[in-house]
Ligand binder design. Structure first.
Ligand SMILES: Nc1nc2c(CCNCC3CCCC3)c3[nH]c(NCCc4ccccc4)nc3cc2c(=O)[nH]1
Ligand SMILES: [Zn+2]
Length: 375
């Protein structure tokens, strides 16, 4: 089923090297790219009200077919009128297909050509995900962008297995395309191939040949070296159509976002900014600040002086330090608000720099000041 081209389109407004500034139009609104997409695994960005996720500038949120299929069930979300109504998020939503989550969360998995048999991490019940039923589940959930059912090979894995998983993913993509029935949902194919550049080239060529509205770059950020990720990424982005959005799945840290943009990536998602926030690791221009540290006990300055977020505009480091030490729930909301705003501003700055042809300076200047996490 083809998409309704009046509802989906992608316009590259400017390029600066391989970096792009664009607009992705969807039935629930436009998305300015580059974009970081907050993760809302179980139909909520953890600890956040949707209106506050909107207020900090998030343009699109992610949710997860695997989780929502197991609980509350896709039928209930469909009865609620779909994800947008169920979670009161009126802007675009993207759902991941569940392939990755089956491998990272479920137990007793069995990969067959038909699909993946697994046991629920919640109650041990047995299930089978196939390309056909995963597309059906995503149609019930009603996201604007849905991901093909794929197999993200584990890392490390030998090349023969990665090749087999890539070929299975290609066959599953054809079955996903054949199963689609909603013209108001865009199906993104996913490029696999591990860290092997010949497999990456083969997968990028195959997925590109399906002429889809956008492309996920999978199989990365699974433990490989940064250099291996960037090398595989550059092979893939050189092959994917220039006029379609590229989504690097599961990435990442501020430095990975800027390095991905420099290689032609438009969309990103990662659980880290929100997960780290809940652990008290707050993003600031010089790196990460662990607010639980005793040094902040009497620090009455904001998390970040020049941040305009609700947290930095109203509270001090001493207060956040207290909330985390006291395990007060407000800590998670305030910390998540700041980390998400930090990434929204980082992406907005990248977009402005690309429009002015100054992205390389922007990237270098940010990376010069930002200390990477301890390995
Ligand atoms: N379909 C699919 N999904 C992938 C994902 C999940 C992306 N987030 C989905 C959201 C939907 C809602 C929830 C998440 C990935 N995430 C990562 N790395 C994250 C690694 C990481 C894990 C924990 C902390 C930090 C980094 N690599 C990924 C590869 C694939 C892939 O090939 N195929
Ligand atoms: Zn802030």
């Amino acid at each position: 089923m083809d998409i309704d081209h009046t509802q989906f389109s992608f316009e590259v407004q400017a390029t600066d090297g391989l970096a792009r500034a664009g607009i992705l139009t969807t039935p629930h609104g436009d998305i300015k790219t580059p974009v970081f997409m907050p993760v809302g695994t179980q139909a909520t960005v953890k600890a956040m009200k949707p209106e506050d996720v909107d207020a900090l500038g998030a343009q699109i949120v992610l949710s997860n077919t695997y989780h929502l299929y197991l609980r509350p069930g896709v039928e209930i979300v469909a009865k609620a009128g779909g994800l947008h109504k169920f979670m009161r998020w009126p802007k675009p939503i993207l759902t991941d297909s569940g392939g990755f989550q089956v491998f990272s969360l479920a137990s007793r998995r069995e990969v067959l050509d038909e699909g993946v048999r697994f046991r629920s991490h919640i109650d041990g019940s047995e299930h089978l995900f196939t390309p056909e039923n995963v597309i059906k589940y995503q149609e019930f959930l009603g996201a604007d962008i849905i991901m093909a059912f794929d197999e993200c090979a584990p890392y490390p894995a030998d090349k023969s297995y990665v090749k087999e998983a890539m070929e299975r993913t290609h066959r599953w993509l054809e079955r996903c395309i054949a199963s689609k029935t909603r013209p108001d949902q865009a199906l993104f194919g996913i490029v696999q191939g591990g860290i092997w550049l010949d497999l990456r080239e083969e997968s990028a060529l195959f997925v590109s040949s399906m002429d889809l509205p956008g492309y996920g770059i999978g199989g990365l950020s699974v433990g490989e070296d940064k250099e291996q990720m960037l090398e595989a990424l550059s092979v893939v982005t050189a092959i994917l159509p220039m006029d379609k959005p590229r989504y690097l799945m599961g990435v990442g840290s501020p430095e990975d976002l800027l390095n991905g943009i420099a290689l032609g990536v438009d969309m990103f998602d990662c659980v880290l900014p929100t997960r780290n926030a809940r652990n008290g690791a707050l993003l600031v221009p010089t790196g990460r600040l662990n607010i639980r540290n005793a040094q902040f006990k009497e620090d009455f300055t904001p998390i970040q002086e020049d941040c305009d977020c609700y947290t930095c505009s109203n509270f001090t480091r001493a207060y956040l330090h207290h909330l985390f030490r006291a395990e007060e729930l407000l800590a998670y909301t305030l910390a998540t608000t700041h980390n998400l705003r930090f990434l929204v501003r980082l992406m907005d700055g990248a977009r402005e720099a690309i429009l002015k042809g100054e992205f390389e300076d922007y990237r270098q200047q940010f990376l010069a000041g930002f200390q990477p996490p301890d390995p």
